[in-house]
Design a protein around this ligand. Sequence first.
Ligand SMILES: Nc1ncnc2c1ncn2[C@@H]1O[C@H](COP(=O)(O)OP(=O)(O)OP(=O)(O)O)[C@@H](O)[C@H]1O
Ligand SMILES: [Mg+2]
Length: 255
Amino acid sequence: MNAPLFITGTDTDVGKTVLTVLLVRVLRELDLQPIAVKPVSAGDRADVRLLALAAGRRASLDELNPFHFRSPLAPLLAARQEGRPSRRTAVLAFLRKKIRGSAGRPVLIEGAGGLLTPLGEGFSARELIADLRAIPIVVAVNKLGVINQVRLVLAALPPAALRRTLVILMSTASPDLASRTNIVLLKEFFFPDRIYPLPRLRSKTGPAQAALSPRLRASLIQLLAAAGISSARRIRPIAKPGRQIAPARSAAAPS
Ligand SMILES: Nc1ncnc2c1ncn2[C@@H]1O[C@H](COP(=O)(O)OP(=O)(O)OP(=O)(O)O)[C@@H](O)[C@H]1O
Ligand SMILES: [Mg+2]
């Protein structure tokens, strides 16, 4: 059985939902029928609606996101305001049930906020990743400052999860000198074959409907293969991803 992919990030608003939706779409194209959930959320549920739309399956928002709190705050704060803090055991029980019920299909879990955002009493995405032995996917915006942000998240990840971790650098709308060069330096601090720049979506229609360029599709397939989704390994990318994806090299020791 594949380990679940846990999509976390350096911050809120970095592209976790965009990436999760794109991965769901590519997995469906590969006929792998993924399950995508966002167990804990606070504020509106636009993310959960997008995940449901991308998965194309009828599921209530509560089935995909059972721990939802109305205030747009860190989930722990929002939950305390409502007087019903979520417990790690309850969130884990929900996720384990999804994983057991997946019958080997890929399971994607979107976190809320960044890696250490308090999701409930005494836990954040870091603890869930460790408990589930999930594959952490760290999303970061490829702009000036991202090297520091990514290194902080890598330093905070459970050490046992580091070799499984993938880092995604989301392109900005206006790439600059920093965004063109960040990856080179970042590769000195982490396994170079586990850092993936992702081209930006050009369409305004949103990630669930936007046309996927061959280059973007190829990047997503490579990412899935690196995450151990075995069927994706057999798919030959449609476009040559040479400039976007680093060739696999021997792993450098993470700092
Ligand atoms: N690759 C991309 N191409 C185009 N737009 C993007 C891309 N990545 C992120 N965005 C835009 O950036 C914004 C934030 O993205 P997203 O909602 O995926 O972030 P998030 O990390 O899931 O946020 P949250 O913490 O609220 O869950 C959205 O408006 C999204 O459309
Ligand atoms: Mg999101």
